[in-house]
Design a binder for this molecule. Structure first.
Ligand SMILES: [Zn+2]
Length: 141
């Protein structure tokens, strides 16, 4: 689901709340992955040969990979949520987060442009064209 569809379906404030919850689930997963990694490293024992240590080395690698992936996912979700939240205030009436999605990049839902149109700034970044529900002012997140 594209960003514009996601915000349009839930509304900005619910979308933002879900982003914070999801990103913090990744943060908790990261902490658990670090703890599992440290436990595996602590349990490593090379006295009985390298072959016996391979399962624990593999477990440490998987735990570390999960921790790293979770940290990257946490930071990307938080940065995107903060970036959009900073731009979610209407410049005309100063209302925060009461938005109606009127367009966006990589739209797939009926009624939206499905061409994958390029938006302002980074062409790979998601962008959302929104309208204030209070005064009708339009801008791009
Ligand atoms: Zn407004």
């Amino acid at each position: 689901m594209s960003l514009a569809n996601d915000i349009g379906k839930r509304g900005f404030q619910r979308w933002y709340e879900r982003q914070l919850i999801e990103s913090h689930v990744y943060l908790v997963t990261c902490v658990l992955g670090i703890l599992a990694f440290l436990a595996c490293v602590e349990a490593l024992d090379f006295r009985h040969g390298l072959l016996r240590a391979i399962p624990m080395l593999f477990s440490a690698f998987v735990s570390g990979a999960i921790a790293w992936f979770s940290l990257m996912r946490y930071s990307s979700l938080m940065v995107r949520a903060w970036r959009l939240a900073a731009a979610a205030t209407c410049a005309s009436c100063k209302t925060y987060g009461r938005l109606r999605v009127v367009g966006g990049s990589r739209q797939t839902a009926p009624g939206y442009d499905a061409s994958g149109a390029v938006g302002p700034g980074d062409p790979e970044a998601d962008w959302v064209r929104v309208q204030c529900k209070r005064c009708g002012n339009e801008w791009t997140l």
